[in-house]
Design a protein around this ligand. Structure first.
Ligand code: 2RA
Length: 335
């Protein structure tokens, strides 16, 4: 069986990646409808040798669509319900519905069963949340995580194509001794890092930090798991990195942790310090897996563990996860 698929926000960084991943994974696409705002509607786009005309996202755009992949942004609040009303299942990459108790928030390696109770919309979690959840799940199953302390090192492409352009342009300007005028980020990002992603909220945590806390608790079905986060933008083009410290309820040696992680779906362990092997953004970009290394016991608590986790946030943190949700729907006969 083939499915008619719409990509809403097809011209952005995530939209483009959705297109790539659909093709790469041989997703059974019938009609493919590319939609965007009035800025891009009417333009044509080349992809894998084919020319597509971008349609306008409006309430009528979803007739006959089985799966609507929303890349993110305000289109979700405006049009997700229209897509559902037209009979599509929406897989939404925006933050609009993630914490809605009627909307499953799914990482297929962690809680695939949650697709079963969808009412039309399934939310794709925040990028840094997805990456962390994939690495935490096997450890939680093996030794029950009590507390998580995470610090992130997030690539500029997390802020879209404009983030990439800003880093490139500022790097050139700094090297040329020219003045810098930050637009996408609050401060210069070239030769700097910024401990501030999204807006500040309760307790002086950023929205990105609250996403990592609240979304992880929802995905893992552990509403009282203790999680604290510091999220940082770094001058890297692509792939988010995370330093994760865990306190466990039961003992788990570094060797055992490596074993469970190596067997876990979607995880690749890269951890051989004698060979200077550990995950780095430069190696993980354009890959779908979550890479884990620097796996060490933390002896400052009874059962502690440190992990270094890196993954391509446009792929596993967004597009790949969304398409895996669609695959899960098909596999579980929920489409
Ligand atoms: C970022 N979390 O990296 C965002 C993208 N979803 O800014």
């Amino acid at each position: 069986k083939k499915y008619n698929v719409a990509i809403v926000g097809a011209t952005g960084a995530v939209g483009q990646e959705l297109l790539k991943v659909l093709r790469e994974r041989n997703f059974p696409v019938g009609e493919l409808r590319l939609l965007a705002s009035s800025r891009s509607a009417g333009k044509t786009m080349e992809h894998a040798g084919e020319t597509y005309t971008i349609g306008l996202t409006d309430a009528q755009a979803f007739q006959g669509i089985d799966i609507a992949l929303f890349a993110g942004g305000s289109a979700s609040t405006e049009f997700a319900q229209a897509a559902v009303d037209a009979g599509a299942v929406v897989i939404d990459n925006s933050s609009a519905f993630r914490m809605n108790p009627d909307v499953p928030l799914v990482v297929p390696e962690v809680n695939p069963e949650d697709v079963d109770w969808h009412k039309g919309i399934i939310a794709n979690p925040n990028c840094s949340t997805i990456i962390m959840a994939v690495a935490l799940k096997p450890i939680h199953d093996a030794a029950k995580i009590q507390r998580v302390v995470v610090s992130t090192y997030q690539a500029v492409s997390g802020a879209g194509k404009e983030g990439i352009t800003e880093l490139t342009e500022q790097t050139r300007q700094v090297l040329a001794g020219e003045a810098i005028a930050p637009q996408v980020f609050a401060h210069p990002i070239a030769f700097n890092l910024i401990p501030h992603i999204d807006v500040f909220q309760d307790g002086d945590y950023t929205k990105e930090e609250w996403k990592m806390i609240k979304e992880t608790q929802k995905i893992m079905h552990e509403p009282s798991m203790k999680i604290t986060a510091t999220t940082v933008r770094v001058p890297v083009y692509r792939s988010h990195s995370e330093s994760i410290n865990l306190e466990l309820e039961q003992p788990l040696s570094a060797a055992e942790a490596k074993e469970v992680l190596a067997k876990a779906p979607g995880v690749i362990v890269v951890d051989d310090v004698t060979q200077k092997k550990y995950p780095m953004p430069i190696d993980t970009s354009d890959h779908d897996e979550v890479y884990v290394g620097r796996i060490r016991e933390d002896k400052t608590v009874t059962y502690g563990l440190n992990l270094w986790v890196v993954a391509d946030q446009i792929r596993k943190g967004a597009a790949t996860n969304a398409i895996q949700i669609a695959e899960t729907l098909i596999a579980r006969h929920k489409l």
